[in-house]
Design a binder for this molecule. Structure first.
Ligand code: PMP
Length: 355
C-alpha cells in the first residue's frame, strides 16, 4: 500500500492552511494593495509590442542582465551592491530563509507585520520570533534590541512602511537595529513609492543591510517582480538558491520597457498619496472609526464590529481585508487599499451607512 500524506509530509506542513485569496470577480477590489490604475496611456503598447516579438520557445535570460541593469539605474542601486531578482518579493523572502535555515536559526520580525515572514520561517523549518509593536504601532526599540541580544537572529525583517499598520518607523530606530543585529536586516520597502523614504542610498554604510522592493504596488502586480540589493558577498550566496528561470521573459521585457520609460508609475503613486490623505481625512471624521495614519497605499481602521463591516461591504461588492482575527492588536481592524476616487467614495459611503 502506498503512503498517505500523513506518513511522509512534515507535521509542521500538515498543520498549515494554504494562503487564501478570496474570489473578487465583479468586486471593487480594495484588499490587496494594488494600484487601481492601468498602465499610463503612453505605455499601453508596451505589452502588445513585447508579446508580438517574444520567442516563447526559448527560455528566459537566466541572469536577467538587462533587467538588472535597468533596475540599478532607475532605482538608484549603488554600483557596489549586488542584486537578486525574485518572482515577487515573496520569493526573495523564501530565498533568504532557505539560505539561513541552519538548525535552530531564527527569523525575527515585529508584530503585527507582513504574515509571510512567519509563514516562510515555517516553510523552511526556522524559528520565528515576533516582537510586538507598541500600542500606537511604533517600534518598541528596547524590546527589539533585547530580542536581538537574546535570540541572535540570522535575519530580521522590517517592513518600511509597515503592513498592515501603514506607519513608517523612525530611521534612527532602524539604524540602532542595524548596528545591534548580528545577522542581516532586511528593510522591506514594498511601500516606499508612497512614503518617499528609503535605505537604498545607505547600503554602503551597513554591510548587513538588505533593501528589498517590489513592482507589485507600483502598478505591475501581475508581472510578479521583486528585487533586493545588498553587499555582494550576501547576494552571491542568495543567488545560488534562485531558480534559473524564475523571472519569465514577458516580465523581464515589460518591466525593462516600463522602467526605461521613466517616472510614469511614480506619478500614479503620487495621485494615490493625495487620495490617501483625502480618505484618511474622511475616515477620521466618521463617528465610531479610528483611522491610523499611513505612509503606504492603504489605511488601517478600527471599527466597532469588523466582521459586520467586512460582510456589509462585501454584500455591496466591496472587498477589503478583515484583520480582526489576524493578531490581538488588530481587534476589529480592517485594511482598505486606496483605489480610484470613485472606488474610495463607494467604500466611504457604504461604510458610513454600515456604522
Ligand atoms: N512585503 C510586504 C510588506 C508586503 O505587504 C507584500 C505584499 N503584500 C510583499 C512584500 C510581497 O509582495 P510581492 O510578492 O507581490 O512582491
Amino acid at each position: 500500500m502506498s503512503a498517505s500524506p500523513q506518513d511522509l509530509v512534515r507535521p509542521d506542513v500538515m498543520a498549515l492552511s494554504a494562503y487564501h485569496v478570496p474570489p473578487a470577480t465583479g468586486m471593487i477590489k480594495l484588499d490587496a494593495m494594488e494600484n487601481p490604475y492601468r498602465l499610463p496611456e503612453a505605455l499601453r503598447d508596451v505589452v502588445s509590442d513585447v508579446a508580438h516579438g517574444v520567442s516563447l520557445n526559448r527560455y528566459p535570460d537566466a541572469s536577467c542582465t538587462k533587467l538588472k541593469s535597468v533596475l540599478r539605474e532607475s532605482m538608484q542601486i549603488p554600483e557596489s551592491a549586488g542584486i537578486v531578482v525574485g518572482n515577487g518579493s515573496d520569493e526573495l523572502i523564501q530565498i533568504i530563509a532557505m539560505a539561513l535555515a541552519k538548525p535552530g536559526a531564527t527569523i525575527l520580525s515585529i508584530e503585527p507585520s507582513f504574515v509571510m515572514y512567519r509563514m516562510i520561517a515555517t516553510f523552511c523549518g526556522m524559528r520565528y520570533v515576533g516582537v510586538p509593536l507598541r500600542e500606537d504601532f511604533s517600534l518598541d526599540v528596547p524590546a527589539v534590541l533585547a530580542a536581538i541580544e537574546q535570540e541572535k537572529p540570522a535575519v530580521l525583517f522590517i517592513a518600511y512602511p509597515n503592513n498592515p499598520t501603514g506607519n513608517l518607523f523612525a530611521s534612527e530606530d532602524i539604524v540602532a537595529i542595524l548596528q545591534a543585529a548580528p545577522g542581516i536586516v532586511v528593510i522591506d520597502e514594498a511601500y516606499t513609492p508612497f512614503a518617499g523614504k528609503s535605505f537604498m542610498s545607505r547600503l554602503a554604510e551597513f554591510p548587513n543591510l538588505v533593501v528589498m522592493r517590489t513592482l507589485s504596488k507600483l502598478g505591475l502586480a501581475a508581472l510578479r517582480l521583486g528585487y533586493m540589493a545588498g553587499a555582494k558577498a550576501w547576494m552571491d550566496e542568495f543567488e545560488k538558491l534562485r531558480l534559473p528561470y524564475n523571472i519569465n521573459t514577458m516580465t523581464q521585457a515589460i518591466a525593462t520597457r516600463v522602467l526605461e520609460a521613466g517616472d510614469a508609475l511614480q506619478e500614479q503613486a503620487e495621485i494615490i498619496v493625495a487620495e490617501r490623505a483625502r480618505v484618511y481625512h474622511e475616515l477620521a471624521g466618521l463617528k465610531g472609526v479610528k483611522a491610523f495614519r499611513s505612509q503606504a497605499n492603504f489605511v488601517l481602521l478600527r471599527v466597532p464590529d469588523a466582521v459586520q463591516v467586512f460582510n456589509g461591504l462585501k454584500a455591496r461588492q466591496i472587498l477589503v481585508k478583515n484583520l480582526h482575527a489576524a493578531h490581538p492588536m488588530l481587534e476589529n481592524c480592517i485594511r482598505v487599499t486606496i483605489g480610484t476616487p470613485a472606488e474610495n467614495d463607494a467604500f466611504l459611503n457604504v461604510l458610513s451607512e454600515l456604522l
